[in-house]
Structures are given as C-alpha cells and as structure tokens.
Design a protein around this ligand. Structure first.
Ligand code: C2E
Ligand code: MG
Ligand code: MG
Ligand code: MG
Length: 283
C-alpha cells in the first residue's frame, strides 16, 4: 500500500520535516537552560552617521552558543521563544544585560552619548502590562528609559492585534525612541507612518544589497529617504557592506548606516575599546 509514496523524494521530505520539529523541541528545551544559566550573550554593532563615519548609536544583538548544537541564530531561536512563552524572560534578560553593560561603560570612563537599540518582538508588545514591567525593571536597575531605542519589525508594526500601539506609545512617552526595523519588507500602510509615534526607519538590508545593481531599487531607497525626511523620520540603512553602497547612500542623502563595511557585531569590550572614547578626566 505504500508504493504510491514510496519514493526517495517523499521520504526525504518527511525526514527533513521530522528533523525540523525535533530541532525546535530541542532548542526550546535548551533555551530555558540557557537563560537560567546565563549562556546568552550580546554583541554590539555600531550605527554610524554617514557625513563623518562617526558613531551615532549601537544595536544589541543576541548570541547563543549551545555546547551540542553550536551557534544558533536569533532568527531561529527568537521565534521559538515567542511560541514557547519565553520571550518576556529573554527580554528581561536583554534589558538587564544592556543596563549593566551601559553602567559598566560609564564606570570605566567611556563616553557614550548615543542610545542602545534593542529588538523587541511582536508577541511581547501584544500584552497589556508589559511596558509597566519594563519601566519598573529599568528603574530598579537605575538606567533611564532615554538610554534605549526600540526596534520593532515592520511586520509586527502592521500586525497590531491589540496592544502594540498603546505599548509603543507608552514606551515613547517614557522617553524611548521607536524605530521600524526591516522597513520595506512588511507592507505597512503609509498612513501608519504619520499616526504612530515613530522616530526612525531602518531600511532592510535586502534593498541596500540590491541597490548597486538595480536602478529601480536605488530609486525606491531614495524615495523612502525623501519621504522620511518630510515626515521628520530618520533613516538608517542596514546591511551596508561596501563603499559603493556608502557612496549611493550619501548621494541620496541617507544619514545613518550600519553593516559589515563599518563593523561586524562586536563583543562589548571590543566595541568599547574600538568605538567608545575614554572621557577626558575633568581637572
Ligand atoms: P535585525 O534586527 O534586522 O538585525 C540585523 C541583522 O543583520 C543581524 O543579524 C546582524 O548581525 C546582521 N548584519 C549586520 N550587518 C550586516 C551586513 O553588513 N551584512 C549582512 N548580511 N548582515 C548584517 P542577527 O544578529 O543574526 O539577528 C537577526 C535578527 O534576530 C535581528 O534582525 C532581530 O530581528 C533578531 N534579534 C537579534 N537579537 C535580538 C534580541 O535581542 N531580541 C529580539 N527580540 N530579536 C533579536
Ligand atoms: Mg534590529
Ligand atoms: Mg533589520
Ligand atoms: Mg532583519
């Protein structure tokens, strides 16, 4: 009775699906331990101002290396954490870790005038009381909300199923800056850009990478930048990997950029020694 499906293609496919499910279960189990045992890390990637290549801010990006599975990308484990209701724990960890790091840099005499950008997931902002918790946590850590910039993906922004908007407003009212991440990939209606408390758009790296070889993509990036400027929104180009892209971005008057051309995501110590200046001791 098996003969209809008994070909290599089908069994291979089944096998791959099973493997994917097993990996998900494994990851969600190991992730719980990773949070508890402090095995998550953060890397910091500089965001620069294109007019002078100077540091303007930094994005914190999560890293996790499991002893058995090796390095696992946040693109893989964050969605699993969202499904398994672990995202608040991860986010608490993220606020705690960045707050401590920020205080450490200051105490070591580094000058940091920019903000720390962190990624917040859709699930987290869909809950009614989440912002109150976040603000209480920051207060207990002695770090002002003004230290942070919140990145929310464009798709999360569009999919507001309940409390996203009011939570974003509350974070903005507390002094955080709000940026839409991966802009251009998530079908936001343009009117949303006007009505929401927004400060920045991060143009998705796929546009930046296509810009060089495709005039239409370049025109789109230029149009987004011009529109953003009219709406008083700042624009950051993501995934900038070479000087050609930098030149195009300068040409079309995009002000900020982030990507391997400037720096890869770095450990906190390397970020500090390479990108933060030691403040002059005041006599
Ligand atoms: P994202 O916020 O859009 O982050 C940018 C991603 O592009 C990062 O991947 C970064 O390492 C990578 N990148 C930076 N410069 C370049 C470049 O020049 N070329 C290329 N090809 N890639 C570049 P990463 O670190 O793997 O993060 C992937 C996604 O995972 C992030 O996308 C973000 O959505 C999510 N994520 C990362 N950390 C966190 C976190 O702490 N919390 C939450 N909720 N999500 C996170
Ligand atoms: Mg981001
Ligand atoms: Mg992005
Ligand atoms: Mg992305």
């Amino acid at each position: 009775y098996h003969s209809k499906y008994n070909n290599l293609g089908f069994s291979f496919y089944t096998c791959q699906m099973e493997e994917a499910v097993v990996r998900k279960v494994l990851i969600s189990e190991k992730l719980t331990t990773a949070i508890d045992e402090g095995n998550l890390r953060l890397n910091y990637q500089p965001i620069v101002e294109l007019k002078n290549d100077e540091l303007s801010g930094v994005e914190a990006l999560m890293r996790w290396e499991d002893p058995d599975l090796g390095p696992i990308s946040p693109s893989e484990f964050i969605p699993i954490a969202e499904c398994q209701n672990m995202i608040d724990d991860i986010s608490d960890w993220l606020f705690r870790e960045t707050a401590c790091q920020y205080r450490k840099w200051i105490s070591e005499g580094f000058e940091f005038t920019g903000r720390i950008a962190i990624n917040i997931s859709e699930r987290e902002l869909a809950k009614p009381n989440r912002v109150t918790e976040i603000l209480a946590l920051l207060e207990s850590l002695g770090v002002p909300p003004e230290t942070y910039e919140i990145e929310l993906s464009e798709s999360a922004f569009v999919n507001d199923t309940g409390h996203t908007q009011e939570n974003l407003d509350a974070l903005a009212n507390a002094g955080m800056i709000i940026a839409i991440d991966d802009f251009g990939t998530g079908h936001s209606a343009l009117w949303q850009l006007r009505t929401q408390k927004l400060d920045k758009l991060k143009i998705d790296h796929s546009f930046v990478q296509r810009m060089e070889s495709d005039q239409a993509t370049r025109d789109i990036v230029e149009a987004i930048t011009a529109m953003a400027s009219l709406l008083d929104l700042k624009v950051i180009a993501e995934g900038v990997e070479n000087l050609t892209q930098v030149d195009i971005l300068r040409d079309i008057k995009c002000c900020y950029a982030q990507g391997y051309h400037f720096a890869k995501p770095l450990t906190a110590d390397i970020f500090a020694s390479d990108w933060l200046e030691k403040a002059q001791a005041v006599a």
